[in-house]
Design a protein around this ligand. Structure first.
Ligand SMILES: [Ca+2]
Ligand SMILES: [Ca+2]
Length: 435
């Protein structure tokens, strides 16, 4: 208890994620430590869970931002409890201890707790702002005051929870590693992407946030964030050979800071802006796998992309730019030769086509003229024939008339004696008759 009455009271609020559990579902125990509504950082927060038969389990609640702690340095300390050794009701007690110069509070001043910038005091008293927090920049110049607190201890009892279901078998590992929620990635050298990227995250454990995992499966994608969340297995796998710092096969104990430097492969080179998305899963010795972590994104600095010059196409264009049809060729030296030859042939073909058309027209004209002449000739000859026939008929008539006159004269000369043979000479029939 603070001796100075002007010092605002320390407040510890504690609780559990749920009032009861079954089927080995973990219980999240949390404690929020504040002074004048501002978070208290760096406190030792110890939860003691007592089983129905009186067994005590001590777990240290953490404000590290790793699962199940949602946010680092916000004064909320959390931890999973999974030691369900008995069915029944478990009691929870939380003890918060401050060690003086290692515990600070961040606040915008008495009476106002609206502005909060998380920070962390080191052993020599300097303040280190949270490098990944949304308001980390300008912590000291944003009206935030920090001050050491007198050593203190608070004990609260948030009650407890009930458990019903299968009991934990120490010989069988059924609990998976926790979900990594603070994965971050940055380019090692902004001038040289080939030096790789640096991944940082808090190590999960074999059983949620306890113990040590067996391996990490880290994958990344150049496509999108959803490509990893929807199809984690489709991402590019980070192998041990690709990690120049850290080892995907040697996780650190739960809560440790993990740092890995990874050389990227299959880097797209056809773009000026390159984004990379990372996610990971943790495995334990029994093959239990954690949920997929948060997806960390990095915009890589890459050299400006220059479109490669398509050399064969430009050579074809320059060698045959005076001709309209472009022959489809791909080679370089032979193209210039083969591209000019067909252009000459095409002009010859054009000339020949013109000549052919002219000749065809002349031929058609001549044919028409000849046909007309033939028709005219036929018409004339036919009319002549008809006319000749008529003339001949008139001549015949005159001849017949003349001969009739001669025959009449002859009959007169021979006193009426008929000469049948005369009929035969002028007749048109072979039939002879006698009278
Ligand atoms: Ca927290
Ligand atoms: Ca496990």
């Amino acid at each position: 208890m603070a001796a100075n009455r002007e010092v605002p009271p320390m407040v510890v609020q504690s609780g559990m994620s749920q009032a009861d559990s079954s089927n080995l579902e973990p219980i999240v125990v949390y404690a929020m430590v504040s002074i004048n509504y501002a978070p208290v950082l760096g406190a030792n927060v110890l939860a003691t869970i007592t089983s129905p038969s009186g067994k005590k389990f001590n777990i240290t609640l953490l404000d590290t931002g790793s699962d199940p702690d949602v946010r680092k340095n916000d004064g909320v300390y959390t931890r999973y409890f999974t030691e369900f050794v008995e069915a029944g009701r478990y009691a929870v007690q939380v003890q918060v201890t401050g060690l003086g110069n290692q515990t600070i509070s961040s606040t915008s001043g008495p009476g106002s707790a609206a502005t909060y910038n998380p920070g962390l005091a080191t052993s020599d008293g300097t303040v280190v702002t949270n490098p990944k927090g949304p308001t980390a920049a300008g912590n000291e110049t944003n009206g935030v005051s920090t001050s050491d607190l007198d050593p203190f201890t608070r004990v609260v009892s948030p009650g407890g929870f009930s458990y019903s279901g299968p009991l934990v078998d120490p010989t069988v590992d059924v609990l998976p590693p926790g979900k990594v929620i603070d994965l971050a990635v940055e380019q090692v050298d902004n001038q040289d992407l080939s030096r790789g990227v640096r991944l940082t995250f808090s190590a999960p454990g074999s059983d949620y946030d306890s113990g040590t995992a067996r391996a990490y499966q880290i994958r990344y994608s150049y496509a999108s964030s959803s490509s990893l969340t929807n199809n984690f297995e489709g991402g590019i796998l980070v192998t041990s050979a690709m990690a120049t710092q850290g080892d995907v096969l040697s996780p650190k104990p739960a809560g440790s800071d993990e740092t890995m430097v990874v050389e990227l492969i299959a880097v797209p080179v056809d773009r000026n802006a390159l984004s990379v998305w990372f996610a990971l899963r943790a495995y334990d010795d029994s093959g239990n796998v954690s949920p997929t972590s948060n997806v960390a994104m990095m915009n890589a600095f890459v050299a400006p992309y220059v479109e490669p010059t398509p050399e064969p196409t430009t050579q074809v264009v320059t060698s045959s730019e005076t001709t309209t049809p472009q022959p489809i060729t791909t080679t370089t030296t032979t193209t210039s030769v083969t591209s000019t030859t067909p252009s000459v042939k095409t002009s010859d073909i054009d000339n020949q086509l013109k000549l052919f058309k002219i000749l065809t027209a002349v031929f058609v004209l001549l044919t028409i003229i000849l046909a007309s002449a033939l028709v005219a000739t036929c018409v004339v000859s036919c009319s002549l024939k008809k006319h000749g026939k008529k003339v001949k008929t008139e001549m015949e008539k005159r001849m017949e008339k003349q001969m009739a006159l001669e025959m009449a004269a002859a009959r007169n000369n021979h006193n009426g004696i008929r000469r049948p043979e005369m009929n035969l000479e002028i007749g048109h029939s072979n039939i002879s008759y006698t009278e």
